[in-house]
Design a protein around this ligand. Structure first.
Ligand code: NAD
Length: 308
């Protein structure tokens, strides 16, 4: 299969490219990435010259380029996005532009050129917060920050192309990822680096916000499964059930790095900070997937990676 991976020089996308090249010896991969502040060729270290991989620097909003690449692809996996909630609160424009219009450009090209699969990578944040229980794929979308709103918009566009144009779309919504190659603006790599350097760890509010954390390799296995075996038109939640408050994550990092809890610094809360996300994952589990790493195993591996 020839797979076009957009946003493949970012955190999850690059882990997915490495995963595909390792696991599927018959697949050819083209990575398209604009190399924004969040993307880096370094994330594709070791596979830039791989015989079954080609890297193209370019933008998913560039219709001509995208059409040319989609024409040769059997499947498109769209990771490309502005992904940091705090940045979307400071300014939503690039989020609307890439996450919504960029996805629309890709969908149009995929529809015109005809692909066998279009996997849209989405997030648990599109459901909004849930104080009790878990979100299933049938729950309504209720995004509460600009990042989540643009991801919800992209999901709805993708679903509409499946309904109106029969484009073979599948959507995944994953909880918070962590692991190798994540940009240091995100909580876990930032806190590992701060702890290692003896710098303060700024925890929003009282640290009670709950997130579900998945090791990126487990997510890549799930995405690969949905790409090949997910039903067209369906949404699949991907979660680990490893729910942690931000304070618990912070304490676990300090413990893993061997730094003092005196480094914890409570700071003003994020505006509109969702209290809790949690996913019902029975649908992806029915496809035969489950996470393999505990939170602690995954954190130890991640700390080792950033130490190196
Ligand atoms: P990231 O910010 O690390 O990577 C995004 C990549 O997209 C970067 O390499 C960037 O250069 C590229 N990009 C941005 N705008 C582009 C454009 N216009 N054209 C081409 N490339 C562009 O993000 P990530 O954490 O790897 O997330 C990847 C996807 O997974 C996103 O769609 C995100 O919404 C989703 N997601 C992330 C998480 C998480 O915990 N990180 C959880 C659920 C879903």
């Amino acid at each position: 299969m020839q797979i076009l991976v957009t946003g493949g020089a970012g955190f999850i996308g690059s882990n997915f490219v490495h995963y595909l090249l390792d696991e599927h010896k018959d697949d050819d991969i083209v990575t398209l990435d604009a190399l924004t502040y969040a993307g880096s060729r370094d994330n594709l270290d070791g596979v830039l010259d791989h015989p079954r991989h080609e890297f193209i620097e370019g933008d998913i909003r560039d219709r001509d380029l995208v059409t040319e690449l989609v024409a040769d692809a059997d499947a498109v996996v769209n990771f490309a996005a502005e992904s940091h909630v705090d940045r979307s609160i400071e300014g939503a424009e690039p989020f609307v532009s890439t996450n919504v219009q960029g996805t629309q450009t890709l969908l149009d090209a995929a529809n015109d050129e005809g692909v066998e699969r279009f996997l849209q990578i989405s997030t648990d944040e599109v459901y909004g917060q849930v104080l009790d229980g878990k979100f299933s794929e049938e729950d309504p979308l209720n995004p509460r920050n600009p990042y989540a709103a643009t991801k919800a918009g992209a999901d709805l566009l993708a679903q509409s192309y499946e309904t109106t144009h029969d484009l073979p779309v599948v959507i995944t919504r994953t909880c918070n990822n962590f692991g190798p190659r994540q940009h240091p603006e995100k909580l876990i790599p930032k806190f590992i680096q701060n702890a290692a350097n003896g710098d303060p760890l700024p925890v929003y509010g009282d640290g009670s916000n709950v997130r579900e954390w998945i090791y990126v390799e487990d997510n890549c296995r799930a995405l690969d499964l949905v790409l090949r075996e997910g039903d067209v038109g369906e949404v699949y939640n991907i979660g680990s059930h490893a729910e942690k408050t931000n304070l618990e994550v912070t304490e676990a990092i300090l413990d893993a790095v061997g730094a003092s809890e005196d480094l914890i610094e409570f700071v003003e809360d994020r505006a509109g900070h969702d209290q809790r996300y949690a996913l019902d994952t029975s649908k992806i589990e029915a496809l035969g997937w489950e996470p393999t790493y505990t939170f602690q195993e995954a954190l130890d591996r991640t700390v080792d990676y950033y130490r190196e």
